[in-house]
Design a protein around this ligand. Structure first.
Ligand code: SF4
Length: 164
């Protein structure tokens, strides 16, 4: 596992990356290359600042917010995501993760599936410009799905997240 990853930024108190106030961790690096991507800088794995898990946890612990892992795409560092997610859960926070991989691609990859099984909710699939809808909550295009991971694994099919 990489002991460090590059982080573009950490935003505390955001309300756009999942329900409630959240701390969002933006991982550097993405190879999905979606046309119309909102942040071309995020494609570079060397962008931002190199950080380890303890350093990221210190920022998360400054607030009592749930956490979102986004980017870029955090799933290009699946082992790091597993370790970070376990530490975040031990603090009592739930975790959302944004990825350009589809749920079906995740099921076909041991590494991706292992990582996602440590997450509460994922927003899957690449951004599709022709399906962009600014009125959608927590996602950019209508092909993207907000998936309750534990329920989907339990039921053996996609179980969409519903706001309580
Ligand atoms: S997955 Fe996200 S960060 Fe990556 S290219 Fe697509 S829109 Fe951009």
């Amino acid at each position: 596992m990489n002991d460090n990853v590059n982080i573009l930024r950490i935003i505390r108190g955001t309300t756009v990356d999942g329900p409630g106030f959240r701390t969002s961790i933006y991982f550097a690096g993405c190879r999905h290359r979606c046309p119309g991507c909102h942040n071309l800088q995020s494609w570079d794995f060397n962008a931002g600042k190199t950080m380890g898990i303890d350093e990221i946890l210190e920022v998360i612990e400054e607030e009592d917010y749930d956490v979102t892992l986004t980017g870029g795409d955090p799933l290009y560092n699946p082992d790091f995501v597993i370790c970070l997610a376990d530490r975040i859960h031990s603090l009592g926070h739930n975790i959302w993760l944004y990825t350009g991989f589809t749920w079906e691609e995740i099921l076909n990859s041991h590494a991706l599936y292992d990582a996602v099984s440590h997450i509460d909710v994922i927003v899957d699939s690449p951004f599709v410009l022709s399906q962009r809808d600014p009125d959608l909550a927590f996602r950019g295009s209508s092909n993207q799905r907000i998936i309750d991971v534990a329920q989907s694994i339990k039921k053996g099919g996609i179980n969409l997240w519903r706001r309580e």
